[in-house]
Design a protein around this ligand. Structure first.
Ligand SMILES: [Zn+2]
Ligand SMILES: [Zn+2]
Length: 894
């Protein structure tokens, strides 16, 4: 925890009570308080966003029914008017699930409160509730639920978590790889709301849709401004973590433990106390939350004891006369979040110094992780919370559960969290059949619907079909014609840039449109193929077996012969040896050797590797992407060379590689060699240098070569290029005219919807763009300003997709129904992983017994509950616009 300077006893403290307060004075102040009037609610940005949506609907509705005074109309409190409003909404807007209308009604009530200075009357409220629960959905066939809300179980968690460490290529920066593991681990251990770990709703509105939405009327929003009262980011900072050694009577080593306080809890005022969770070092290193925390601390230089190293930290002891020994944080880092986002710098992606990791990147990563691990159902943060909630419910009292989940009563848990699946063998209990607990547990697990053969990447046939899509063909024709016209008029496409800018611009736009369309088609195709597989593969399998049983088929089943091995995906080759070693120590053959000395050695190695990995970033995978463009307009980059010949001159930089990538590569032996560009295509190297590096120069650039460490920062790019030319004999003929565009790129880059490379996709969730201002980016900036807003702006900024997205968010944070029981299946492969979930002080051998003991598998009476759902529509709509960070893998060249 924070190093709080002890308060000295203050003898000369000011004695306030000695001031005389006059009666008149106090009475006069009453007028002051009267003048304050009604205090408006300080809605949080997420709520404001929701109200803003309803506000727009309401004002449009009033225009439509020709009611000039929309406030008066709202305040009439006639329930028929509100019913009419929802009916109009249903008839004029995109299809929504029932839960969205519930959300709109809640927001409309808040909007009402702003004008009425009181709540909507109980009577009107009840009427609308009844309407929305009964008549409204029944008459319009509005679905009450759209998909299952799964809980995880320990088996699924272990599969996912392992898949993340071993297979996932979603993140290329080491810090995000480890941070995402931490998000999963903390979510699992604490069941905390995801928004507590990483701030929600920091995604910027999608500007690409601005042009498509034109609104006829302008209005001024009536919403109040959000005033932030908190000083700390919405994420766990060093000050929230108390790190200390505890004496372990059962071991000769003391255990490093942490107490983490989760602030920013829902329903509590900002700055109020949070909930504290205890975590301890674990002998299964993959699942050791402490190893991750101290790795971040080493990365950030957070320890007061600057000479502490990964070798030493695991060997410190609690002094005899004490029962614990805390490790203190440096005061400079107290308010720094541990989980942070990336920012784009001239040298590539680097960890931001203060801004927390974005919720969206974690959400997207989790979804991709589930799909990549071949689960049929998507995985979300709330699956973790529901899982913990159900486990806690099995083992703890109701009061303890409320405490853990931060809920004030049983109602929310029972209604939205409790598993729908009855995880007990009722045939055993009622009919007295032999118990089949193992079967029951597996039946309720998401693993049942996992299929390692499910497609996760596009096939060549898919890619060809996309290239032959009529819209793509049409756009390509258009682009060809424009190019031909420019060649005819100006003698070349490049030359037309100055002489025929309108043609060049149109050409450029069409090109971007093609990229966008391809991206969308690729996502749709991939998702359709996945759904199709899960739907049809079982049917084919049943047919196959029927044929076989009837003796009509002579092919011997592969699946039966290959056995369980086929379940394991091949372990990929890692770019960084650190990650390879981590995977080896987490999941390799020696991972279960708990001999004290060997464990200590592995612990130290894991910590060292993790600290190193936190600073590494894989190079852009752009070169691996499939080349869609047959015209050859795009870069044809060559694969990186495995081992470049060491240069003769230590300072000379070859002109077929990028000088900055080269500098980065030489900074650490773990970094791969820079990509070699074909000597014939020096223009693509130039483009790379400008777009990947020089365009991101903000205040000067320094040479990142080791030898130039002491050369001061260059004020501008030209000076840097001069240095490259003289000191490194590196001249790739970058003309000044290209550099002029740099500043332009700098401004456009971020809002550009045409970000194409994988790393740039990530930029949209992890860059300074979304981090400009945490509070501001939560919400349309105009809602935060005091000046009037115009409808043209505010309407476009929150498009329909966001309406449902925001309603999803808030329903999610309120409550979540669950669908599955949480079964525990024992299998040899997973057993070791299970061990992590039992306290370290438990004797190691007893772990297995514990897991299989009846109390552990005790299930509760569960209630089946049907719940309306919103997630599907929200997610699928939003996902179309979301970046496809794994695209390069899926589309890897044929
Ligand atoms: Zn480079
Ligand atoms: Zn240099």
């Amino acid at each position: 925890m924070a190093a709080v300077p002890a308060q000295p006893a203050q003898g000369n403290e000011y004695q306030f009570w000695t001031d005389p307060v006059l009666c008149e004075e106090t009475r006069a102040r009453l007028e002051h308080f009267r003048s304050l009037g009604w205090l408006p609610p300080n809605f949080k940005p997420k709520t404001l966003q929701g109200i803003a949506v309803v506000e727009r609907y309401w004002r449009r509705f009033c225009v439509h029914v020709e009611e000039g005074d929309y406030v008066d109309y709202l305040l009439r409190e006639e329930h028929a008017i509100y019913m009419n409003f929802f009916d109009w909404m249903f008839r004029t807007s995109r299809e929504k699930v029932l839960q969205s209308y519930d959300e709109y009604w809640r927001r409309l009530c808040q909007y009402y409160e702003l004008f009425a200075h009181r709540r909507v009357s109980e009577d009107a409220h009840k009427q609308i509730r009844r309407y929305l629960e009964g008549r409204f959905p029944a008459e319009r066939k509005i679905p009450r639920r759209t998909k299952d809300k799964n809980t995880l179980d320990v088996d699924v968690f272990c599969v996912l978590y392992r898949h993340h460490w071993v297979h996932s290529r979603f993140f290329s920066h080491g810090s995000l790889i480890v941070q995402f593991a931490t998000v999963q681990l903390w979510s699992a251990i604490t069941g905390t709301r995801p928004g507590v770990l990483v701030p929600q709703g920091t995604t910027l509105p999608d500007h690409s849709t601005l042009g498509n939405r034109k609104r006829p009327h302008a209005f001024e929003s009536d919403l109040p401004n959000y005033v932030s009262l908190k000083e700390l980011p919405d994420s766990v900072c060093y000050r929230d973590i108390e790190l200390f050694y505890l004496k372990d009577p059962q071991s000769k080593r003391d255990v490093l433990c942490a107490i983490i306080e989760f602030r920013n809890l829902k329903g509590r005022p900002e700055g109020a106390d949070g909930t504290k969770f205890f975590m301890h070092g674990d002998y299964q290193l993959a699942y050791c939350p402490i190893a991750q925390i101290i790795s971040y601390a080493f990365r950030d230089g957070a320890f007061v004891n600057t000479h502490l190293t990964p070798e030493l930290i695991w060997r410190l002891r609690v002094p005899k006369h004490n029962s614990s020994l805390p490790l203190r944080w440096r005061s400079e880092v107290l308010n720094t979040p541990l989980l942070r986002r990336l920012e784009r710098t001239p040298y590539g992606y680097e960890l931001h110094r203060s801004l927390p990791m974005a919720y969206e990147s974690s959400r997207q990563a989790l979804k991709e992780l589930g799909r990549d691990a071949r689960f049929e159902d998507d995985i979300g943060h709330y699956n973790y919370r529901r899982w913990t909630a159900n486990e806690v419910n099995k083992n703890f009292t109701s009061q303890e559960r409320q405490r853990v989940l931060g809920q004030s009563g049983d109602a929310v848990f029972e209604k939205h969290y409790q598993s729908q699946f009855i995880g007990r063998d009722l045939q055993h209990v009622v009919l007295l059949r032999p118990p089949q607990d193992g079967l029951v547990r597996f039946a309720g697990s998401m693993l049942r619907k996992r299929d390692p053969n499910a497609p996760s990447e596009l096939t060549d046939t898919h890619k060809r079909a996309i290239c032959q899509h009529p819209d793509i063909l049409q756009l390509r024709r258009e682009m060809r014609e424009l190019a031909a016209e420019m060649r005819c008029l100006a003698g070349g496409v490049k030359k037309a840039q100055t002489s025929y800018p309108h043609l060049y611009q149109r050409h450029d736009n069409v090109k971007k449109e093609i990229a966008k369309l391809r991206k969308k088609l690729a996502t749709d195709t991939r998702e359709a193929a996945r759904k199709d597989h899960f739907q049809n593969a079982p049917v084919l399998e049943v047919d196959r077996q029927i044929k076989q049983l009837l003796g009509e088929s002579d092919d011997v089943s592969d699946a039966e012969n290959s056995g369980d091995e086929s379940w394991e995906l091949p372990i990929p080759n890692y770019i960084f040896p650190e990650r390879a070693r981590l995977v080896e120590n987490f999941y390799g053959p020696n991972a279960e050797n708990f001999d004290e000395d060997k464990l200590l050695a592995r612990r130290i190695q894991v910590t060292k590797d993790m600290v190193a990995l936190l600073r590494l970033c894989e190079p852009s995978r752009r070169g691996n992407r499939v080349n869609w463009n047959i015209d050859g307009e795009e870069d044809l980059l060559e694969q990186p060379e495995k081992s470049p010949s060491p240069p003769d001159d230590i300072l000379k930089c070859p002109t077929d590689i990028c000088i900055i990538c080269c500098g980065t590569s030489r900074q650490s032996a773990s970094n791969p060699a820079p990509r070699k560009f074909s000597s014939k295509r020096q223009d693509s190297l130039r483009r790379h240098l400008i777009n990947m590096h020089l365009a991101h120069v903000r205040d000067g650039i320094s040479c990142n070569w080791e030898a130039c460490r002491n050369i001061p920062r260059f004020a501008d790019v030209t000076k840097f290029l001069a240095h490259a030319s003289t000191a490194h004999s590196y001249d790739i003929n970058i003309k000044l005219c290209h550099l002029d565009q740099v500043s332009q790129i700098k401004c456009n880059k971020i809002s550009s919807a045409e970000v194409s490379s994988e790393s740039e996709n990530r930029q949209r969730t992890e860059t300074p763009a979304s981090s400009v201002d945490l509070e501001m980016s939560n919400i349309d900036s105009r809602l935060l300003e005091s000046r009037p807003v115009t409808i043209a702006q505010s309407l476009t900024v929150v498009p329909d997709t966001q309406i449902s997205a925001s309603s999803v968010e808030s329903t999610m944070s309120d409550s979540h129904p669950i669908s599955d029981e949480v079964p525990i299946r024992r299998s040899t492969r997973i057993r070791a992983k299970l061990a992590d979930l039992t306290p370290v002080t438990v004797a190691r051998q007893s772990t297995r017994e514990m897991r299989s003991s009846p109390e552990y598998c005790k299930a509760d009476k569960q209630l089946n509950r049907a719940k309306p759902e919103v997630e599907r529509s929200g997610n699928s709509d939003v996902s179309v616009k979301k970046p496809l960070p794994r695209r390069s893998k899926r589309l890897r060249s044929q």
